[in-house]
Write a protein that binds this ligand. Structure first.
Ligand SMILES: [Zn+2]
Length: 227
């Protein structure tokens, strides 16, 4: 009798797992492969982390999402911050003010989702205007975290600094001037910062310290911070 109960329980659980897998929207289902064009979901961060360990799949996902990039060969041992193969961003949906931006694949993937699923829709929603340009202070930079002896994630091409945005109607949104402002610009910055925390391992803004008073630092390193 006990055996039958156990068998029924196992059948029930397998059936439930099948139904969840079959009908759960893919962005919430960690067993589905990542797709950079799907909305943010419960599984998005986990899927991005998985891309960290599968460069080939990561590059294919960027191609599928329409992101254009160039592969940058690994640096020689003589480089101060030698990198494995990385990518130069050539074209995304929205132009950046600086080029080329050198990044690891999973950093570029997280950035693309942020741009596609957060920045662009929030610009339309709050300002009723498309996003024209994303302003950055750059990604790869061989240096330590300011005031420390620890290498910054920038030195691994695993981070980007974002200083602001320009909308199609000419509106400029600057982290330095509009963070925490009670305005549409302040609302936009607050929202895109909050959602960045669901994509990047580390999201730092002006509330973190004075060194970030004029930009958001977004990285895919191994620590997790949202501030
Ligand atoms: Zn930074």
């Amino acid at each position: 009798m006990r055996h039958w109960r156990l068998i029924l329980l196992v059948i029930g659980l397998v059936g439930l797992a099948y139904l969840v897998h079959r009908f759960l929207p893919t962005q919430h289902n960690p067993l589905r492969p990542p797709d950079l064009t799907e909305p943010l979901g419960l599984a998005t961060y986990g899927k991005l982390t998985a891309l960290k360990y599968n460069d080939e799949m990561c590059r294919q996902k960027l191609v599928d999402a329409g992101v254009e990039f160039e592969i940058v060969a690994a640096d020689g041992a003589e480089a101060r911050c030698p990198l494995e193969e990385t990518l130069h961003l050539k074209r995304s949906l929205t132009p950046y003010n600086a080029a080329p931006l050198r990044m690891t694949c999973h950093q570029m993937a997280a950035l693309h989702i942020w741009e596609r699923q957060v920045l662009r829709p929030q610009a339309e929603k709050i300002f009723d205007s498309p996003l024209r340009q994303i302003q950055t202070y750059g990604s790869f930079s061989c240096r330590n975290i300011a005031g420390t002896g620890t290498r910054s994630q920038h030195s691994y091409a695993n981070a980007i600094d974002i200083s602001g945005f320009i909308l199609e109607d000419g509106t400029e949104i600057r982290v330095k001037d509009h963070w925490r402002e009670r305005s549409k610009k302040g609302k936009f910055l607050g929202r895109v910062h909050k959602k960045a925390c669901r994509l990047f391992s580390v999201t730092l803004g002006p509330d973190f310290d004075a060194a970030h008073a004029d930009h958001f630092h977004l990285d895919m390193g191994s620590t997790e911070t949202c501030r």
